[in-house]
Design a protein around this ligand. Structure first.
Ligand code: PMT
Length: 221
């Protein structure tokens, strides 16, 4: 299969030196990319600014802003069978970005924000038979929030991380997640390495792809 994976944070600039971002290191998304390559898939990895090296055999596209990530996903998606949106995309950006560094004396005390496009929402019309996996990093009402995102974003699976746990979510090498599928009971997984979770998600994509490719009347005469 050809699998498109996003990873890392986005940066939303206020001026050439200041930006809004988040704590994503890219570890989770890069682990999924490595797991996919190990299973023989072709992988394109769209990454925000991170310090990780590109895993062998992965084709990498570096971006900075949410709008750059949207453009890269829209360009690449037609060539791919599955998308894993692991990136922590900024929901907002400063309304005004200046080309010159703002002076301390003229810095506005309040920064006006505007909404960024929701990438999964924008590409929903192109889904077709493609498999879409999303992530949800939550602190409260984890299942309710993750299920809402699963439905609103039209996903085949959402991976809910409880980021109140020190060994889950941002920056660490492990994750503790619940897999939420449409119309199924949530599947709570134990603490595991991000590498092991990457393998599990690739197994899900492979089995979903197999089911999509198998006609429902297979075997009948
Ligand atoms: O990079 P690490 O340090 O290893 O950390 C991993 C992680 C915590 C970043 C990762 O496991 C994770 O949870 N990523 C999603 C973070 C998040 O908060 O997602 P969200 O709840 O804002 O968005 C839900 C889904 O919609 C995600 O699949 C996201 O990629 C997508 N999205 C979000 C905003 C937006 N404008 N467009 C989107 O498509």
């Amino acid at each position: 299969m050809k699998i498109l994976i996003t990873a890392g944070p986005t940066r939303e600039y206020l001026d050439p030196v200041r930006f809004m971002s988040n704590r994503s290191t890219g570890k989770m998304g890069f682990a999924i990319a490595e797991a996919a390559v190990a299973r023989g898939h072709e992988v394109t990895l769209i990454s925000g600014p991170v310090i990780l090296g590109t895993p062998p055999e992965v084709s990498r596209i570096d971006i900075e802003t949410a709008r750059d990530m949207l453009a890269a996903v829209q360009k690449e998606l037609p060539e791919h069978d599955a998308l894993v949106m692991c990136a922590a995309v900024s929901d907002f950006r400063p309304k005004i970005t200046t080309c010159h560094k703002l002076k301390k004396s003229t810095m506005p005390p309040v920064i006006e924000l505007i909404a960024n496009p929701d990438i999964l929402h924008c590409i929903q019309p192109e889904k077709g038979n493609r498999i879409f996996v999303g992530f949800a990093a939550e602190t409260d009402n984890i299942f309710i929030e993750a299920e809402r995102k699963l439905k609103e974003k039209g996903l085949d699976l959402i991976v809910a991380n409880d980021i109140t746990q020190v060994d889950a979510g941002f920056e660490v090498d492990t994750n503790r997640v619940t897999l939420i599928h449409p119309e199924q009971e949530p599947e709570k997984l134990p603490l595991m390495s991000k590498a092991a979770l990457g393998e599990k998600l690739i197994e899900f994509i492979e089995s979903k792809n197999k089911a999509n490719c198998t006609p429902s009347d297979a075997g009948s005469v």
